[in-house]
Design a protein. Structure first.
Length: 103
């Protein structure tokens, strides 16, 4: 059984036991459970496709922890103008494990 969920403008295909890196969920502490009700598709014995969400379906997640991703360097340069800019960016993530899918 798998489901397709929507979180932070992205879609994820999840199975029970999968470990995901989602965008930072504010107030999420380790060992806490979170329910996501934006379920777009549930597939098991039969497939249910939502319009846009499947009624009554939810995915239960367990928070493993919060962390920051690798640094991404943004470097902009305009040739022959002696103009350059260098910036760094690190995205915040929440690592979660899928506990169950309720259809």
């Amino acid at each position: 059984m798998y489901a397709v969920i929507k979180h932070g403008g992205k879609q994820y295909k999840v199975n029970v036991g999968d470990v995901l890196d989602l965008d930072r969920i504010e107030g999420a502490e380790p060992k806490q459970t979170i329910e996501i009700s934006d379920v777009l598709l549930v597939s098991g014995d039969e497939t249910k496709v939502g319009t846009p969400n499947v009624e009554g379906a939810k995915v239960v997640l367990e928070v493993i922890g919060n962390y920051r991703g690798k640094k991404v360097i943004i470097f902009k340069k305009r040739r022959r103008k002696d103009s350059k800019k260098k910036r760094g960016f690190r995205r915040d993530y929440t690592k979660v494990r899928v506990k169950e899918i309720i259809a």
